[in-house]
Every structure is written in structure tokens, then in C-alpha cells.
Ligand binder design. Structure first.
Ligand code: NAD
Length: 266
């Protein structure tokens, strides 16, 4: 494998963007742990992989469950080179006055606390790992920059265009996705010298089951959505996956604390 990395962990890997990313990681030769609250869907994704995979049941909002996910992955594959923290839920569609508080808590617990927990335990694992220089010959003679000292791991967090702009009637979803940007940039700075990169992706509307659920809550949404993107359509999950594996890879060793807008020009 060109990247020199070999193990990827994907949360929310049983569906949509997570599934497409696990499939892409495997095409590139990574061994992939596919984690999801819906274990059957994770197993289904593992069945699609070209490399040996592992299905893990996880609730990302639960500390013990996240710890077990990391431990199980390391037990099976020895290390975690790349993690895509992608599990997320959209919540209900209501203006704030009518928004149910328990749904606010659920969305924040999965999307933001869950992200915090995953990053916390993934970084703790990566700090235990040796640095990997994926292509030593390429970097020979340039030992002065941090990128040539090797990487312990690379993390990509799933935010959204709703993490960069407003999303009326989805306050907790929007707030959680903004929070992920702050979390990402902060952790990236905390561990930049340790060879751990942390970035975020901000997809626009992507054709997944979540998109279908958004539309079910918002009947006039579909007609407006395609037109709202300069390219004239929403994304395929594979298009987001491609950006995630690039950010995870050693192709961009100096990129950390960044968020990548994947929104068809919007
Ligand atoms: N689809 C879009 O338009 C879009 C746009 C921008 C960002 N996103 C983000 O991308 C990510 C993936 O979205 P998707 O569209 O593929 O959605 P999806 O609903 O198809 O997949 C989400 C997966 O997360 C899993 N999940 C939910 N709660 C979980 C929990 N507590 N623990 C573990 N797994 C859990 C689900 O079982 C599901 O398999 C989400 O974070 C979402 O907010 C989606």
C-alpha cells in the first residue's frame, strides 16, 4: 500500500458516507473496523470489503462502548492509523421554541459528545503507537520539518455545511456540527507535535438514508436542494469518501486542524 498505513476505523460505517468510506479504505488496502450502533449493518458493510474487516457494535455516546470499540480494533489489527468519526443523527425538525429538550440532548450526545469520546480514546491509542514514515526515501535529506518525523495517526471528523452556516429548524444538529469544527481545530493543535493529525469534512447534502429522513421531515426540501448547489446536484457518498481517505492519508502530512468543504461549489 502506497500510504504505508494499514488500519482504519470508521464509525457509523453501516450506512451512507461511512459505508462508502470503509469500502474505499479497503480498496486502498487498509484493514477496516466498521463500527455502528446497528451491528447488522456493520456486518453487511464488512461483507463488501476487499480486505479483512471487523464489525464492531458501538454507541458513540457511551464511554465504555467507545473504549471497547478502540480496544477491540487494536486487539484485532494491532493499531489504528486512521479514524473516520462519522456516526451522527439529524434529530427532529422544529424551531427552537418547540424543539423537544430530550431530542436536543440526544443529538448533542451522539454528534458532539460522541465525537469527543471517539477522538479522546483514538488519540490515547495513537499516542502509544510508533511513528510511521510511509515513504522514507521520498523524505530523505529533509529531516528538519515535522512531516518527515513520521505520523502516529490521522483522524477525520464528520461535520457538515451545517457546521459552517445556519440550518433553521435543526438547532442541535447545526450546533453540534459547529462544535465539531472547534473540537477538531483544538485537538489538532494539542497533538500536532505528536504526529497525530485531526481534520474535519463538511459535506453538503449527500445521497444517503439521512438525506431521505431530512426530506421526510421537510417535504419541499428535495426540489430546493439540488438547485441550491452550483453543480446542480447533491453529492454521492463515494465523493465524500474520496476526500476522507485523502485527508487520512500521508498525502497531506502538513494538513491538520483544517475543515474541508465538500459542497459542489456552495
Ligand atoms: N447525508 C448528508 O446530507 C450529510 C451531509 C453532511 C454531513 N453528514 C454527516 O455525515 C455523517 C454520516 O451521515 P449519513 O448521511 O451517512 O447518515 P446515515 O444515517 O446513512 O448513517 C449514519 C450511521 O450512523 C449510525 N449511528 C447513529 N447513531 C449512532 C451511535 N450512537 N453510535 C454509533 N453509530 C450510530 C447509524 O446507525 C448509521 O449507520 C453524519 O455525521 C452526518 O451528520 C451527512
Amino acid at each position: 500500500m502506497a500510504s504505508g498505513k494499514c488500519v482504519a476505523l470508521v464509525t457509523g460505517g453501516g450506512s451512507g458516507i461511512g459505508r462508502a468510506t470503509a469500502v474505499r479504505f479497503a480498496e486502498l488496502g487498509y484493514h477496516c473496523a466498521v463500527a455502528d450502533i446497528d451491528e447488522a449493518s456493520a456486518r453487511e458493510t464488512v461483507g463488501m470489503l476487499k480486505t479483512p474487516g471487523l464489525a464492531v457494535q458501538v454507541d458513540v455516546s457511551n464511554t465504555a462502548s467507545v473504549q471497547a470499540m478502540v480496544d477491540t480494533t487494536v486487539k484485532q489489527f494491532g493499531r489504528i492509523d486512521c479514524a473516520f468519526n462519522n456516526a451522527g443523527i439529524e434529530g427532529a425538525r422544529e424551531k427552537i421554541v418547540d424543539y423537544p429538550e430530550d431530542m436536543f440532548d440526544r443529538v448533542m450526545n451522539v454528534n458532539l459528545k460522541g465525537m469527543w469520546l471517539c477522538v479522546k480514546y483514538e488519540v490515547a491509542q495513537m499516542l502509544k503507537q510508533e511513528r510511521v514514515i510511509s515513504d522514507p526515501a521520498k523524505w530523505a535529506g529533509k529531516p528538519d520539518l515535522c512531516r518527515f518525523q513520521g505520523q502516529r495517526g490521522s483522524i477525520v471528523n464528520s461535520s457538515s455545511i451545517a457546521g459552517l452556516d445556519s440550518m433553521p429548524e435543526f438547532t442541535p444538529y447545526c450546533a453540534s456540527k459547529w462544535g465539531i469544527i472547534g473540537l477538531t481545530k483544538t485537538v489538532a493543535q494539542e497533538y500536532a507535535k505528536d504526529g497525530i493529525r485531526v481534520n474535519a469534512v463538511c459535506p453538503g447534502t449527500t445521497d444517503t438514508p439521512m438525506r431521505g429522513r431530512f426530506e421526510a421531515q421537510w417535504p419541499d426540501w428535495q426540489a430546493k436542494t439540488d438547485a441550491s448547489y452550483p453543480v446542480g446536484r447533491v453529492a454521492a457518498p463515494e465523493e465524500v469518501a474520496e476526500a476522507v481517505v485523502w485527508l487520512c492519508s500521508d498525502a497531506c502530512p502538513f494538513t491538520t486542524g483544517e475543515y474541508l468543504n465538500i459542497a459542489g461549489g456552495r
